[in-house]
Ligand binder design. Structure first.
Ligand code: BGC
Length: 450
């Protein structure tokens, strides 16, 4: 693929970088904010989760708007929210202003998470859609890693007399501005343009995107034409033709969160401090290690995504996660805390491998692929909102759960092992295969199911 075309996908996926950064940064910044504003533990917890409340709202709201006004315009709007939110968090003066700022940021994160998968899927050629769609997850993991690094870099450095945590939060402005600039130059989705009746513009964008295989332009336009003639019922489609897709999107997203990924991404330092008596300065390095594994395995995922069926990868991931978490649970109930620490670390790395190669990227890929074009925006919004709700539940209850099990990590991770096990059967019985098919073929298969 030509470099200029590839850049479109990188810029298109930049929302993922902010998603990862803004959710990852708070693990390092929140103890500092707590101390600076003299907050209670509950208030600090609420600062962490307020972004998730905003994301749920942002994800829900953006879908219908993007089906109406297009993907590109809404990406620009979400970039503006990212800029405003990042600025407001960095200059917050107390609990209320911080919560408000985090909600604004959340609106942007949620919007970007619902828009980007559909946008990338609509731009990509069928045979590379897996890899190109995985760019979103790659950006998320890069954002998380950058956040951990920024936490480490700014900690105890009050440059120019400005507190460390303000620098941490302000550093999100750089990718936010990049997304805004990117948004201005990115093309509108050809499938959105076509569905709106702008056939000529759809062709122009496709010609630009398919410079390597110009012969595909006419084939793709023809497929879009066939879909155009299908009966459409507006939002009612969600309860009729698109109903199986809604079930898959919501299920895949709930499972993606209920396997407990963010107990590791957001709380790992606390797990090692509370569960194994580690020093906070050691614990941050463990997060960096996990962040690197997560990122590197996601690079691998981009390389293999179009070579293996999505279903196979998902089931493989479920098996790896179930095994790693299952063994971790048994060890933590049979060995002493000292003996269990290192094996726990290795098993968490294995679990991250299982997630990053499969459920991490594929959940987001699928919500961009499985909906008919008429309700693709709103459909991926529903999937994305389900993800944020699942995330909120896990993040709210994880530390409580850890305390209930007397700080034995085997407790909460045992529960996540059960969800990993169940996720296998969800995929086996309900998730359709989408690899290598055009979005129009996927839509026709869905229509036949009715
Ligand atoms: C999930 C996030 C998670 C991230 C970790 C994403 O796919 O939706 O909740 O923090 O992966 O890499």
């Amino acid at each position: 693929m030509r470099a200029n075309v590839f850049f479109i996908f990188i810029f298109g996926a930049l929302g993922g970088l902010l998603f990862g950064f803004d959710t990852g940064i708070i693990s390092g910044a929140s103890p500092l904010i707590e101390q600076n504003f003299q907050l209670s533990v509950e208030q600090t917890g609420f600062i962490t989760s307020s972004v998730l409340i905003g994301s749920t709202i942002g994800a829900f709201a953006v879908g219908p708007l993007s089906d109406r006004f297009g993907r590109k315009k809404l990406l620009i709007v979400s970039a503006i929210f990212f800029i405003a939110g990042s600025l407001l968090t960095a200059i917050a003066v107390g609990f209320v202003s911080m919560v408000f700022a985090r909600i604004v940021l959340g609106l942007a994160v949620g919007a970007a998470s619902a828009l980007t998968p559909a946008y990338l899927a609509e731009l990509a050629p069928a045979e590379h859609r897996g890899s190109l769609g995985t760019m979103f997850q790659l950006m998320i993991t890069a954002g998380i890693l950058l956040a951990y690094v920024s936490n480490l870099a700014f900690l105890n450095h009050n440059l120019l007399g400005v507190r460390d945590w303000r620098w941490m939060l302000a550093s999100a402005l750089i990718p936010a501005i990049l997304l805004f600039v990117g948004g201005l130059v990115l093309p509108e989705s050809p499938r959105y343009l076509f569905a709106r009746g702008d056939h000529e513009d759809a062709r122009k964008v496709l010609v630009r995107l398919r410079q390597d295989k110009p012969e595909d332009v006419d084939i793709e336009l023809k497929e879009m034409k066939e879909i155009e003639n299908q009966p459409k019922g507006g939002l009612k489609d969600l309860l009729t033709v698109a109903k199986p897709a809604v079930i898959v999107a919501v299920g895949i997203m709930f499972f993606q969160q209920l396997v407990g990924i963010n107990s590791v991404i957001y709380f790992l330092p606390q797990v090692f401090i509370k569960g194994f008596g580690f020093d906070p300065s050691q614990a941050i390095w463990i997060s960096i290690g996990i962040g690197i594994v997560n990122f590197v395995v996601t690079i691998l995922a981009t390389m293999i995504m179009d070579k293996f069926n999505r279903r196979v990868l998902l089931m493989f991931g479920s098996v790896v996660m179930t095994a790693a978490l299952g063994i971790l649970t048994i060890l933590n109930y049979t060995l002493s805390v000292q003996q269990a620490a290192i094996p726990t670390m290795l098993l968490i790395a294995t679990y991250i491998f299982g997630f990053a190669i499969s459920w991490g990227p594929i959940a987001w890929l699928l919500i961009g692929e499985i909906f008919p074009v008429s309700v693709r925006g709103v459909g991926s919004s529903i999937g994305s909102a389900a993800n944020w709700i699942g995330n909120f539940v896990v993040s709210q209850f994880f530390l409580v759960l850890l305390a209930v099990f007397n700080n034995n990590v085997g407790g909460p991770f045992g529960i996540f092992a059960i969800f990993s096990f169940l996720s296998f059967f969800f995929v086996k019985y309900l998730v359709p295969e989408t690899r290598g098919k055009s979005l129009e073929e996927i839509e026709m298969e869905l229509r036949k199911q009715k």
